[in-house]
Design a protein around this ligand. Sequence first.
Ligand SMILES: NC(=O)c1ccc[n+]([C@@H]2O[C@H](COP(=O)([O-])OP(=O)(O)OC[C@H]3O[C@@H](n4cnc5c(N)ncnc54)[C@H](OP(=O)(O)O)[C@@H]3O)[C@@H](O)[C@H]2O)c1
Length: 261
Amino acid sequence: MKIGIIGLGKMGEAIAKGLMGSKDYRVYFNEADAAKRKKASNRYKRIKHLEINELIGSADVVVLAVKPQDLKELLHKIKLVLKRDKLFISIAAGVSTCFIKEEGSIEKIVRAMPNMGALIGDSFTALAYSDKVLKKELNLAKKIFSVLGKVHVVEEELMDAVTALSGSGPAYFAYFLQALESSASDAGLKDISGSIVLDTMEATLKVLRKLNISTEDFIRMVKSPGGTTEACLEYWQERDLPGIVREGVNRALNRAKELNR
Ligand SMILES: NC(=O)c1ccc[n+]([C@@H]2O[C@H](COP(=O)([O-])OP(=O)(O)OC[C@H]3O[C@@H](n4cnc5c(N)ncnc54)[C@H](OP(=O)(O)O)[C@@H]3O)[C@@H](O)[C@H]2O)c1
């Protein structure tokens, strides 16, 4: 199967790398930035650069991986060269299937929201689709994104919530790790501040998954009355850290809605 990726930035490259690992796909790309184009052609022997019209003509599935603000112009170019209906997958945050249909005269659109986990094949990707997408095409999109990690299908109206949680989420966790790293340094652990925090986080995730317990039960396992964990968590509770987290995510959600097209 021939997959054409337009925009070989961070996400486009992650998708290309994932697909290159499978014999099922031949990957073509189009990239506006000459330096990135050259770098990708030198680095990956299994992908080939094509002009937009060639890529649109020959690919079975086209992945749109440009920034949302560049999508409208790209859709207008596609409209001029698209000869027959084919499956398009857009990963642009906040851009609806309706917008893509109107601007690009494209009927079969799967909208995907991967996250940075895609860099190592550990993405959480949500998919939504337009009404003209057939079941076998949706299954194909699921198969394509499964090379990047886990895939879930959601109603399109939930894509903003997905963006605010799993799209932005990796940065939230990194932000929290950063704050803990700085506490580790303050406590005299400067040399090992990075690993102490990352290893602790990693162990927490592994235990939660392996024992399949709730976060609440896990906290109870760590915390003892009058102990160190309780001293910290009580302070966070008094300052309403959960409320602050909720408000932050709400703001991300509202921003996703504002950016919607
Ligand atoms: N980064 C994330 O965590 C994440 C998560 C989920 C979804 N997404 C979505 O993924 C998309 C790509 O994000 P990214 O972070 O990979 O962005 P990026 O690194 O900026 O990559 C986009 C690439 O597309 C190129 N491009 C722009 N217009 C083009 C055109 N008409 N034809 C061919 N190439 C073109 C850009 O070149 P120039 O640099 O020259 O403009 C750039 O190299 C966005 O829509 C974003 O919403 C990103």
